[in-house]
Ligand binder design. Structure first.
Ligand code: UT7
Length: 324
């Protein structure tokens, strides 16, 4: 009897405030035409000053719990992929545990930037497969726009805020997360950095904003997306033709298209919603998963591949045979 972790509930939340490409034209030397052609992004959502990552995570988690028909007390463990925690400590996981009243849950954050949800899924899956936990809440949530210099056109056009959540339970019918692949290229860490607040630079004033070498990250991202998908196919024994839907990290449509060409996967089998939200970091994959599910793009038995890449540099993927 092999146990796999299956997803039984999904939910997401994005802030109401919309920042369009036309709005950005008034802030930096850019154009809707350039942003659309180079990234595919048309608009993104921004949190207000008072809203923090745990607030978005809470709303996404509540929806996922409702969808799964799971009460907060039933949760054994909460894991949150985030790189924009409310505070360095306590973790967003612990803040969320309190907000939800999930008094029986262990709680922690997963620090793998935009790969945080896929890293978290692999960890949650192992905790369930081992028999340690029967119900895990996993959230991907970020408010990276708070760390962006809105005078830097290299980064401010790309990012948005949001949260997505899933509830995982054990399955013994051959469905669930069947394979994952996690990887890191620490040597490339310098290409995407948020130094403020870290112990290397505790004075936030010196380096409050993220910095990015877009070209280097782009090359890495195409390679990471292709490799991670290929690895989970190899590990699970499925072929690219068996994949019903690929949900990649929503960073740039050109990254997705380059990887698809290499993987020989048709565009109809890929879910893209980055035009509406930009890059929401660890939240992008679970938000896209939630929307794909609501649109009827996923049904029981489907083979779904989730893939993420980001600062670290990190990347990872999970192959799921959909359980419910
Ligand atoms: O989760 C991972 C997060 N990060 C990423 O996914 C980022 C990956 N990288 C990218 O998505 C792309 O590299 C960018 C969208 C950031 C940039 O696109 P690019 O096609 O690599 O542009 P580029 O940096 O090669 O710049 C081309 C030109 C330059 O002008 P010149 O030197 O050719 O005259 C830039 O100065 O476009 C200029 N440019 C802009 N123009 C208008 C750069 N940013 C902008 C802008 N608006 N926002």
């Amino acid at each position: 009897m092999t146990i796999h972790a299956g997803i039984v509930g999904v939910g997401s939340k994005v802030p109401d405030k919309v920042l369009t490409n036309a709005d950005l034209e008034k802030m930096v030397d850019t154009s809707d035409e350039w942003i659309t052609a180079r990234t595919g992004i048309k608009e993104r959502r921004l949190t207000d000053y008072e809203t923090a990552t745990s607030d978005l995570a809470y709303e996404a988690a509540q929806k996922a719990l409702e969808h799964a028909k799971v009460a907060p007390e039933e949760i054994d463990c909460i894991a949150i992929g985030t790189s924009s925690p409310d505070t360095l400590f306590p973790s967003v996981g612990c803040i969320l545990q309190d907000k939800l009243g999930a008094t029986n849950a262990a709680a922690f954050d997963v620090s793998a930037a935009c790969s945080g949800f896929n890293y978290g899924l692999a960890v949650a899956s192992a905790l369930i497969e081992s028999g340690q936990y029967k119900c895990v809440l996993l959230v991907g949530a970020d408010t990276l726009t708070k760390y962006i210099d809105f005078k830097d056109r290299n980064t401010c056009i790309l990012f948005g805020d949001g949260a997505g959540a899933v509830v995982l339970k054990p399955f013994i019918d051959g469905s669930g997360i069947l394979a994952n692949h996690l990887a890191a290229e620490g040597a490339g860490g310098k290409h995407l950095v948020m130094p403020g607040g870290g112990s290397r630079d505790p004075e936030l004033r010196k380096s409050r904003y993220m910095s990015m070498d877009g070209k280097e990250v782009f090359k890495f991202a195409v390679r990471a997306l292709e490799t991670s998908v290929q690895k989970v196919l190899d590990k699970s024994g499925f072929k690219i033709e068996d994949v019903d839907l690929l949900i990649p990290h929503q960073a740039n449509v050109r990254i997705i298209n380059h990887a698809l060409k290499k993987l020989r996967l048709p565009k109809e089998k890929v879910y893209v919603n980055l035009q509406k939200y930009g890059n929401t970091s660890a939240a992008s994959v679970p938000i896209a998963l939630d929307e794909a599910l609501s649109e009827g793009r996923i049904k029981k038995g489907d083979v779904i591949v989730l893939s993420g890449f980001g600062a670290g540099l990190t990347y990872g993927a999970n192959l799921i045979k959909w359980s419910v």
